[in-house]
Design a protein around this ligand. Structure first.
Ligand SMILES: [Zn+2]
Length: 303
């Protein structure tokens, strides 16, 4: 080999190694972003730390003290538009002013470090790694996917930097805006997802009650709804919210089989660590309506 050939050979090897290490470095960066949460045990402290989307901190130590407050909202509509003759709508509506007062209250607790307001995907990460950044986790869930979620709730979510989890009936998502269609359309959902504040959960395919159903029906309502949302919006859906809170052991078995991590009911209550570990597919929530005094539901505030 002449000196010139050797020289060219050495340059080629250097370039290949450089490109390859760059490739591996970028792969490492993207895979650590994708994994969302990284747990490391530092020898000095022997305490777990969490790192999620660039934020880090220590996992709580008394993990059995964990409480998850999953608040359940439905409609957010100004009082003057509420149809008082529609009992369900009236009973499940709060005004934007009421929602704003709740968000102010929650943001004070958040800023004081008393609570952590999370998405369903973050909660799944915490659970998987058995590492929670706060002993009080708050989930804000909004059922049914009405378009007031875009018109009245979303502006407030942005104003207070609040994460919301919208439960969507797959069959009701339209591709075009319509004056008669009162559900969120694809464009509105996409804009909310792009903000990073909104996570979607399945609320079934057609909002039928999911107890006493055949396997065929459950496949459509549980599996098809999940797959449709994931395909349309390029997301992962890890939660089913049972329509009208109706389910039985077969529903839960199928929900697990179709890949759901969490299932929410309409049972009233605060979620314990034991619920998260043993019954993640039948979790209770705290209903919020016009008469709810949100402060009374906060066990994390001293009274
Ligand atoms: Zn519903």
């Amino acid at each position: 080999m002449s000196l010139k050939t050797l020289y060219i050979f050495l340059i080629a090897v250097t370039v290949i190694m450089g490109v390859s290490s760059l490739y591996h470095f970028s792969w490492w960066v993207s895979s650590s972003e994708n994994s969302a949460i990284l747990i490391k045990n530092t020898q000095a402290m022997s305490e777990k730390t969490w790192l999620i989307h660039g934020f880090s901190g220590q996992c709580i130590q008394k993990i059995d003290d964990l409480k998850v407050y999953a608040y359940m909202f439905h409609y957010v509509i100004p009082e003057k538009y509420v149809r008082k003759d529609n009992k369900i709508e009236y009973g499940n509506t709060i005004s934007p002013e009421k929602l704003e007062s709740i968000l102010i209250s929650l943001s004070k607790s958040r800023d004081a470090g008393k609570i952590k307001i999370t998405s369903l995907s973050e909660l799944a990460d915490y659970r998987k790694n058995n590492c929670f950044p706060n002993k009080n986790i708050v989930l804000l869930t909004v059922d049914d996917g009405w378009d007031d979620g875009y018109n009245f709730l979303f502006p407030l979510a942005k104003k207070y930097d609040m994460k919301f989890n919208l439960t969507i009936i797959a069959d009701k998502v339209s591709t075009t805006p319509s004056e008669t269609h009162n559900f969120l359309n694809e464009r509105e959902i996409q804009e909310m997802l792009d903000s990073g504040l909104i996570t979607l959960a399945s609320h079934s395919f057609s909002h039928i009650e999911l107890h006493k159903q055949t396997e065929e029906v459950l496949r459509k309502e549980l599996s098809l709804s999940k797959n449709a949302l994931e395909k349309w919006f390029h997301i992962t859906v890890n939660t089913i919210v049972y329509p009208s809170g109706k389910y039985d052991t077969f529903t839960v078995q199928k929900a697990k089989e179709y890949g759901y991590t969490f299932g929410f009911t309409t049972k009233n209550g605060i979620i314990s660590k034991e619920d998260l570990d043993k019954n993640p597919l039948t979790l209770p929530r705290i209903r919020v309506n016009r008469d709810t005094d949100i402060a009374k539901t906060f066990l994390f505030e001293e009274r």
